[in-house]
Design a protein around this ligand. Structure first.
Ligand code: IMP
Length: 198
């Protein structure tokens, strides 16, 4: 089955490709020849995932799924959540010179400085638009925000997120291990079960 994954993130594409296996031909936006920015301007992960999937379906007529992920930190009342990607640019003009992931991590550690309440979870929502009908899948992984970054694998907040039951951050883990337990893996599992059951 051919499916479009509405992303330009090569890391995510290869992560999900390895989870989907050979029975699916998964193409990203670059391969589809889409270079324009896909709108993503809502206040919830659900609405953003849905908006991106419908944008591609409406414009290119191809079945498509899109994801949106947020890091939801308990002590910050669920922030940065849907704003995870641009977190360091909200209200903190001191970080614009930093690479976004580094700025986000620095802001997060500053906001949690001195706090022992460090529980957080990643949450991924996938919206699939298949032949004009939308389906949604969710995946959550619980963990804690570490005191300092460790590890060089992965991306985004991986160096400061230690999943529950593990002694290392996502950035210290093998991709194959992260792929078994991550928020995105769980959401993709729901997507795959659904597609295989069709
Ligand atoms: P997006 O919805 O995948 O674009 O993710 C929103 C934000 O969450 C970005 O800043 C990403 O870096 C971060 N993020 C998404 N997935 C992960 C992950 O698996 N590990 C660490 N950060 C992530």
């Amino acid at each position: 089955m051919e499916l479009i994954f509405a992303t330009n993130n090569e890391y995510k594409l290869s992560e999900i490709r390895s989870l989907l296996g050979l029975s699916f031909s998964l193409r990203g936006l670059l391969e589809l020849g889409v270079s324009e920015e896909i709108p993503e301007d809502h206040d919830t992960l659900e609405e953003n995932a849905s908006q991106k999937a419908w944008f591609i379906y409406d414009k290119y007529g191809k079945s498509c799924f899109a994801d949106d992920t947020g890091l939801e930190v308990d002590a910050l009342n669920g922030r940065p959540g849907v704003y995870s990607a641009r977190y360091s640019r909200i209200g903190h003009p001191t970080f614009p010179e930093m690479e976004p992931a580094a700025g986000n991590i620095r802001k997060l550690l500053l906001e949690l400085a001195g706090s022992s309440h460090r529980k957080a979870h990643f949450r991924t929502v996938i919206a699939l638009v298949l032949d004009g009908t939308e389906y949604r899948f969710e995946g959550v992984v619980n963990g804690v925000i570490t005191e300092k970054p460790s590890g060089a694998e992965g991306f985004g907040y991986d160096p400061v997120f230690r999943p529950e039951g593990f002694g290392e951050t996502f950035a210290e883990m093998d991709l194959s291990m992260k792929n078994r337990i991550s928020h995105r893996a769980k959401a993709v599992e729901g997507l795959i079960d659904f597609l295989k059951g069709m």
